[in-house]
Every structure is written in structure tokens, then in C-alpha cells.
Design a protein around this ligand. Structure first.
Ligand SMILES: [Fe+2]
Length: 442
């Protein structure tokens, strides 16, 4: 995959052309585009959004996207786009939850689209306000099937097996310990390198955060200064790559939480050149620069925010994407693991690899946990005992590990799949805290 070319930067105006002299010399929609191409705009914000927030891309392609057969419904009943608490698909609970690895036993014929299933969410796609958390298990590439989501942006976290995302803007190679963001409306296919031998017995698995509102952006750094956390130059967007192929394709669309599809007689990846700032991207999580205390106290986990998708309330997110990479802990006179807490936010966590430092056991790669709004949680009894008595020398934690959190301002409704059908909920998770004994002696 080293032959794939990327452009570096976050939210920049990127241009790329796979054939010279394709991009218009003036403006975006000339009377005739060079090489007999069509010009097509894809908007990511309202036309009238403030300039600093405005996102769109111009695609110069062999055929316009509208050149397709009628939509028809597509069977995919495992993804939700509406999270009303009394829906039969919802099993809402404030209970602290933890799941064993959520990779599914799938047959040989399940690709990324068919392998998606919803664990939790809030809100509704129709008013573009809310969030959904899914996993995927895939046993094959999408091949000549393409997908686009009209319900929101997708932040994809592969846990096992690298993804090769074919997008309208070019290729993104996304192995575990990387993430990709594919925004609303962008067509893409999830394929696998044959060398990875993806199959029913060796499926790809990962997590997805879908935001119905807005887009991910880099968090402000405030007094941290101009450098640190996720640096903009470490984000990578594709370069134009087109297929001039007349062949049968199926394009699948998620719209209002339901799936539709249409056929067309050519590849949807026929974009010869593009220009704009509404483009999918990838990021290598190991490039994250961690910041922490060098005196005392355990700072709030917001210091590990990679990307944030804001609500209209300043400082409050539809989703903060937060990671817990290997790092040094050096604080004096401090309980170093995460403190006991009750949050006005909801915290969904996943484990990509290794051992998370706040739990001795039970939170394993491919698994997940959810501590919903105001539900108390913190280190388990074993971790509390150990950390309360450990000598406070500088210590490296999380060596070889990477966990993450989708933290949301919304109350997350869990699905019937998450609680019942998956069969993966750890019924004894509450016991992690049952052995926290009374130390007070009056
Ligand atoms: Fe927490």
C-alpha cells in the first residue's frame, strides 16, 4: 500500500488531478470541463454557512452521479437511525455495561455494509441531530458495490484487518491504529488486501461513530499553544484516482436509517480531478502527542481528544473522539488511573489492542463498555488497591495498547441487539466495583 499517494493537512482546500489540465483555470463550473468531463459539487455544509465552517468539494468526473437507475429498498435491518426510547428496537438502561469481543460469527458473504450493526445512539437522522455507534464484521470485500450515507459522517476505527477504502477522491489505506472519516454523501467501498485473507474464519472487525450533526474538527488548544495533541499535518487525504469502466455497479445508500440501492452501468469512482475541503481522510493514532500533568493530579481525559464534533453549545460535543495511547505518568501525590466519576456525558469505549490501564481484566481488544449519563464508574477494586499503594516513580502505562472513547453529550439509548441479541454483555460487570471496601475508620 506504500504506492498510495496522500496529501497532508486538516480541513485545507485540496486539489488533485489524475490527468493533467483537468481542473478549470477559472471558477469551478466552466462552460465545458477539459477532457469532456462533468463538473459536480458535493456540499458538506449549507451554502450560506460561515466561510470558516463552509465545506464543499468540486468533482470533475466521467459521468455525473445522477446517471443511475431508480432507487429501490435494500435489506439491512440491523442499523438504526432513530433512537426513541420506546422503540421496539431499543433496550435503554442506565446500567454500566461491558461487552466481550463483539466480532460476529458471519458467513462467507458479508461485506462492510451488510456487517454493520448498531449498539447505541441518540436523536434522529431527520433533524440532523444525534449520534449512532455501530460495529462491523466483514468476511469479504465490497467489490463492485459502493455505499454512501445520507444520515451523517462516519468515523471508522478498524480493530482487526486493514481496510482499503476506495472513495470518490481516491484510496485510503486504514490499518488498525489508524482511523478514517468519511463524510455524509461521499461514495466509498471497503475492500481488503487479498494478502490479509479475510474470510468467515478471519473476519475484519471495527467500530464506527456516526454523527448526524456537523463534522469533526480539531479541538482548540488554548494555553497548550500551537502544537500538540493531533497535529494537522498528520492527517492525510487521498489523491485523485479514476476508473473508466463500463460495468455493473450497485450503489447502496443509508437514508433515514433505512437502506436503499440503485444500479448503474459504470464505476462510481470516475473522478479525474477534485478541488475543495470536503474530502475523506485518515489519521495514524500513534502520531498523537499526549499531554499530561508534570506536577500533580490526574487531568480530565479531554486532554486526549483527537477530534471533536461540536454541538451548538460551545465546548459540548456530539462526539469527542478520545484515545488512550501509551504514555508516561509522573504526577506526585496523585491517584494516577482515572478517578471515580459520574459524568453529565455518555462514554462509549472500545479497545483496539492491549490492556487499558483503568481495568485489571475484562476490557479486552474488540470488546466495549458504555458508562451512560450519570452512571457512576471508575477503576475496579484491584486497580484501586494497586494504584493507591504503588510507589510514585515515573511509570509508562499502556505500553503496546490503544483504547478509545466516543464521548457524547447525549444520553445513549442501547439497542436490543447490544443488550440481548449480541449475547456479549458481561452480566457480572457490576462486580468489578463490588470489592471496593470501606477503609474509613471513624
Ligand atoms: Fe469515564
Amino acid at each position: 500500500m506504500s504506492q498510495i499517494k496522500y496529501q497532508r493537512g486538516f480541513g485545507n482546500h485540496f486539489t488533485s488531478e489524475a490527468k493533467p489540465d483537468t481542473l478549470p483555470k477559472f471558477g469551478h463550473s466552466p462552460q465545458k470541463v477539459n477532457h469532456g468531463l462533468y463538473a459536480e459539487q458535493l456540499s458538506g455544509t449549507a451554502f450560506t454557512a460561515p466561510r470558516a465552517k463552509n465545506q464543499r468539494a468540486w468533482l470533475y468526473r466521467i459521468r455525473p452521479s445522477v446517471n443511475h437507475e431508480p432507487f429501490r429498498s435494500y435489506e439491512q435491518n440491523r442499523v438504526l437511525g432513530s433512537f426513541h426510547a420506546h422503540s421496539p428496537d431499543i433496550h435503554a438502561t442506565p446500567q454500566q455495561l461491558r461487552w466481550d469481543p463483539l466480532v460476529e460469527n458471519v458467513g462467507a458473504d458479508v461485506d462492510f455494509v451488510d456487517g454493520m450493526v448498531t449498539l447505541a445512539g441518540a436523536g434522529d437522522t431527520q433533524l440532523k441531530n444525534g449520534i449512532a455507534i455501530h460495529t462491523y464484521t466483514a468476511s469479504k470485500s465490497m467489490g463492485r458495490r459502493s455505499f454512501y450515507n445520507s444520515d451523517g459522517d462516519l468515523l471508522i476505527v478498524p480493530q482487526r484487518v486493514p481496510l482499503l477504502l476506495r472513495t470518490e477522491f481516491g484510496l485510503l489505506h486504514v490499518p488498525p491504529l489508524h482511523i478514517a472519516v468519511v463524510q455524509r454523501g461521499i461514495k466509498f467501498s471497503v475492500d481488503f488486501d487479498p494478502a490479509d485473507s479475510v474470510s468467515a474464519s478471519n473476519p475484519a472487525f471495527g467500530y464506527i461513530c456516526e454523527t448526524f450533526k456537523g463534522h469533526f474538527e480539531l479541538p482548540d488548544l488554548g494555553p497548550i499553544g500551537a502544537n500538540g495533541l493531533a497535529n494537522p499535518e498528520d492527517f492525510e487525504t487521498p489523491t485523485a484516482l479514476y476508473e473508466d469502466a463500463s460495468e455493473d455497479w450497485t450503489v447502496i445508500n443509508k437514508f433515514m436509517g433505512r437502506f436503499f440501492c440503485y444500479n448503474q452501468s459504470h464505476s462510481p469512482y470516475d473522478v479525474v480531478a477534485f478541488s475543495g475541503n470536503y474530502i475523506p481522510y485518515r489519521y495514524d493514532l500513534t502520531k498523537f502527542n499526549t499531554i499530561g500533568s508534570i506536577s500533580y493530579d490526574h487531568p480530565d481525559p479531554s486532554i486526549f481528544t483527537v477530534l471533536t464534533c461540536p454541538t451548538d453549545t460551545h465546548g459540548t460535543a456530539v462526539c469527542d473522539f478520545v484515545i488512550f495511547p501509551p504514555r508516561w505518568l509522573v504526577a506526585d501525590d496523585t491517584f494516577r488511573p482515572p478517578y471515580f466519576h459520574r459524568n453529565c456525558m455518555s462514554e462509549f469505549m472500545g479497545n483496539i489492542v492491549g490492556v487499558y490501564d483503568a481495568k485489571a481484566t475484562g476490557f479486552v481488544p474488540g470488546g466495549a463498555s458504555l458508562h451512560n449519563m450519570n452512571s457512576a464508574h471508575g477503576p475496579d477494586a484491584e486497580t484501586f488497591e494497586k494504584a493507591s499503594n504503588a510507589p510514585l516513580k515515573p511509570a509508562k502505562v499502556g505500553e503496546g495498547s490503544m483504547s478509545f472513547m466516543f464521548e457524547s453529550a447525549y444520553q445513549l439509548a442501547t439497542t436490543k441487539y447490544a443488550i440481548e441479541e449480541s449475547g456479549k454483555v458481561q452480566q457480572d460487570y457490576w462486580k468489578a466495583w463490588a470489592d471496593l471496601k470501606k477503609n474509613f475508620q471513624g
